[in-house]
Write a protein of this length. Structure first.
Length: 550
């Protein structure tokens, strides 16, 4: 956040200025617009207000987004104690608070899965990244399992702009008479317009020439409104799609859009000289003003779980290394509803175990935005957690897997080994009768695990690199802890030095250092004085105690 303020801009961000949110206790997607977070004052200050206090002190954000929920009976947009007394009074913040009031005003300011969806100009997949980085290797792909509700989006490399500009979908904006007002070339991910369509637009026409083989194909369109679809001039669908049952969120059409599937058998006359079928989707959205979202899905053949898994195992068995990419998706991790499970969706756990059983050199890449249970973690040589990788994902992943770049991240949360280990399990994290009680007090996250003596799968702050570190000494020096450490590995590396206060147990501060192989380096970590301090690599890997300087 500090970097944004210094340079005045940030790439690929919807915000014109740096902004923090949501202030405060915005911890449930269930009833997110209406629940009341009931929190005692010590817990509120120590656990939930503390991060915002530090952000205000260190980064001075220009804007602060209020949470949708209430806290202790007052909506955050009208909470005088938390906004006027604490935020502006005690902390001295003089920025602009973004007030979000009601359902119709939520979309423009929301981050996370759902409304922040963008259509990137391109996406480098893990497969493409590895193939580009290993041009002389035989990189073979098999899907193995499916875990999405919607059909796969069209591959951008397989659909071509009818006007000849390149690959992608030509989007035409039509007026009430069906005349084209304007057009643009877009990608093949779900298309989203926040704040409605351009002025005067009443409907959309999506066009592209799809490279396809003869035979049966399964298509799908998703969104709420009227669809008319033609393939090579033949009308194949004419239907009005309505919202899914039970979806009450104002972003429901984006979070869980209805999908209309239909089969098309392509014959020789359907394809042009280049082997492409003309695809046209006319879409009149249910609403033109607030949010418009539409997507096209496709599958070239029937899917058989058993045969696909068998094919994946056959490829893995013969490979020198198996890279298994698993994860969640924007259907599972989305704004407007909480996850129902910490399991990987579908049969991905079985896929990992079956591949690891036939190839001992299996690397598992987890592409998820929040913790999942990984029951196979101890059965594979390496697990790489990549979060949601953005449009350059594949290239970055290849650099890390091949050792060009060290994986320098550290976990900002605790990963449970099994669901029973979670400190506040369902339904304790969801509102009841409009209230969400924080009855656990400050025993959340790594504090709760330490208090109960439960060993998680991966501790808060955990993260491995490609070298090793020796923590030589730690000394309390006024309002800081001075730490000396040595890179004992065979290559240069980066380490995140973490300092924890011992009573109550909490992260007191951290610093990032880098050193060549065999070199020593020192770090100064600012802390709040008082009590003892422990120093190490994570909340569960504390190497030394900090001595008091003479």
């Amino acid at each position: 956040m500090s970097g944004v303020g210094e340079h005045g801009q940030i790439s690929a961000c919807r915000c014109p200025a740096r902004q923090s949110g949501h202030y405060v206790a915005n911890d449930s997607e269930t009833e997110r617009l209406s629940y009341d977070a009931v929190i005692d004052e010590p817990t509120l200050r120590e656990v939930y207000l503390k991060p915002f206090e530090r952000i205000i002190a260190k980064a001075s954000p220009w804007a602060l987004m209020a949470a949708y929920n209430s806290v202790n009976g007052q909506t955050m947009t009208e909470n005088s104690v938390l906004v006027n007394d604490i935020l502006k009074g005690e902390w001295g913040w003089d920025g602009a608070q973004v007030a979000v009031i009601g359902e119709s005003a939520t979309i423009p300011a929301v981050q996370g899965g759902g409304s922040p969806h963008v259509s990137p100009p391109h996406v480098v997949t893990p497969l493409a990244g590895l193939r580009a980085t290993l041009p002389d290797a035989d990189v073979v792909y098999q899907r193995g399992v499916r875990h999405r509700r919607l059909l796969d989006v069209l591959a951008r490399t397989e659909i071509f702009d009818p006007t000849g500009e390149g690959t992608g979908i030509r989007v035409e904006y039509l007026d009430g008479a069906g005349q084209v007002l304007s057009s643009e070339l877009r990608g093949t991910e779900r298309l989203v317009w926040l704040g409605g369509l351009p002025s005067g637009t009443k409907s959309l026409r999506l066009r592209g020439n799809l490279a396809a083989e003869l035979g049966e194909h399964l298509f799908g369109v998703n969104g709420t409104g009227h669809f008319r679809v033609e393939v090579s001039g033949r009308a194949v669908l004419d239907v009005a799609a309505v919202s899914a049952d039970g979806v009450a969120d104002p972003l429901g059409d984006l979070i869980e859009p209805p999908e209309q599937r239909f089969n098309v058998v392509l014959v020789e006359s359907d394809l042009d000289a280049a082997g492409r079928a003309a695809l046209t989707v006319e879409f009149t959205p249910r609403s033109l003003d607030l949010l418009v979202a539409v997507g096209i899905g496709h599958r070239a053949r029937e899917w058989d779980d058993a045969s696909e898994l068998a094919a994946a195992l056959a490829v893995a068995r013969e490979a020198d290394v198996a890279v298994v990419v698993v994860g969640t998706n924007d259907e599972v991790e989305t704004e407007g509803r909480d996850r129902a499970s910490l399991d990987l969706p579908g049969t991905q756990n079985e896929l990992v175990r079956r591949v690891a059983a036939v190839n001992p050199r299996t690397v598992v890449v987890v592409n998820a935005g929040s913790p999942v249970i990984m029951p196979w973690a101890g059965e594979v040589p390496a697990v790489l957690w990549t979060w949601f990788g953005s449009q350059e994902y594949g290239d970055a992943l290849a650099d890390v897997l091949l050792g060009r770049i060290e994986p320098g991240g550290r976990l900002p949360t605790t990963f449970p080994a099994e669901l029973a280990d979670v400190p506040v399990p369902l339904p304790g994290v969801q509102p009841v009768d409009g209230e969400l009680h924080y009855a656990e007090g400050d025993l959340v996250g790594y504090r709760a695990y330490a208090d109960r003596g439960v060993r998680p799968a991966f501790h808060f702050g955990h993260g491995l690199g490609y070298t090793a570190w020796e923590y030589v000494e730690a000394v309390v020096d006024g309002d800081a802890v001075r730490v000396k450490l040595r890179n004992t590995g065979e290559r240069a590396g980066r380490e995140v030095v973490q300092v924890y206060a011992d009573e109550p147990f909490r992260l007191a501060g951290f610093a990032v250092v880098a050193a060549e192989a065999g070199a020593e380096v020192s770090a100064m970590i600012d802390v709040e004085p008082g009590g003892g301090f422990l120093v190490g690599r994570s909340a569960g890997d504390l190497r030394i105690s900090a001595a008091t300087s003479p």
